[in-house]
Design a protein around this ligand. Structure first.
Ligand code: ADP
Length: 163
C-alpha cells in the first residue's frame, strides 16, 4: 500500500524525517506532500521545502520508496488522486492529539477508504517542530541535532535573512 505524509514542512526537521523513515519501512511507498495552505505564512517557498525534503530523503536507506510532492486542496482528494490508501501523521504530545483527531475524523467523513495512521514522536524529537527550529536559527542558536546536516546551512542562512 502507498501512504502519504501531508504537512507544511517549513522546514523539514529530524522529527519529520524520523516519521518518514518509520512509515517507509511499513508501506510500499511514502509520498511526502507539501500541502499549500494560503492561511499559513511560511518562511520557505514550496519549491524550497520540496528541494530540502528531497535532499534529506537521500540519507535514508529506504530512499527509493519515498517521493516529495506539492499538493493543494483537500488532503483526501489529493491522496486518492495519487493512489494512497493511508495518511500518516505524527503525534508529539496530548496537545497535538486534539487537532489531529479533528483532522482525521473530518478526513474519514470525506473518504472512509483512506485511513489516518499516527506515529508517536521519538522522545528526543517530542519537543521538536519547524517553529522551534526557526526560532533557534533566528537567534543564532545551534540546530545541529534538529535538522539534517544537508540542509543546516540553508535553514540557518534563509531564516536569518527572512525573519
Ligand atoms: P501541519 O501544518 O500539517 O501540522 P507540520 O509540518 O507542522 O504540518 O507537521 C506535519 C506532521 O508531522 C504533523 O502530524 C505533526 O504532528 C508531525 N510532526 C511534526 N514534528 C514532529 C516531530 N518532531 N515528531 C513527530 N511528528 C512530528
Amino acid at each position: 500500500m502507498k501512504a502519504c505524509y501531508p504537512g507544511t514542512f517549513d522546514p523539514i526537521t529530524n522529527g519529520h524525517l524520523d516519521i518518514i523513515e518509520r512509515a517507509s519501512r511499513m508501506f510500499d511507498e511514502v509520498d511526502v506532500l507539501i500541502m499549500v495552505n494560503p492561511r499559513k505564512s511560511c518562511v520557505f517557498s514550496v519549491e524550497e521545502r520540496k528541494d530540502m525534503i528531497e535532499r534529506c530523503i537521500q540519507i535514508l536507506p529506504t530512499k527509493d520508496k519515498i517521493k516529495a510532492m506539492i499538493g493543494s486542496g483537500l488532503t483526501v482528494d489529493f491522496a486518492k488522486e495519487i493512489g494512497a490508501g493511508a495518511i500518516v501523521r505524527g503525534i508529539r504530545a496530548v496537545s497535538d492529539y486534539e487537532y489531529e483527531l479533528q483532522q482525521a475524523t473530518a478526513n474519514l467523513m470525506l473518504n472512509d477508504e483512506i485511513e489516518t495512521l499516527f506515529f508517536i514522536a521519538r522522545p528526543e524529537y517530542s519537543f521538536l517542530s519547524s517553529s522551534v527550529v526557526k526560532e533557534i536559527a533566528q537567534n543564532g542558536g545551534d540546530v545541529t541535532n534538529l535538522v539534517p546536516k544537508t540542509i543546516r546551512a540553508e535553514v540557518t542562512d534563509t531564516v536569518k535573512k527572512r525573519l
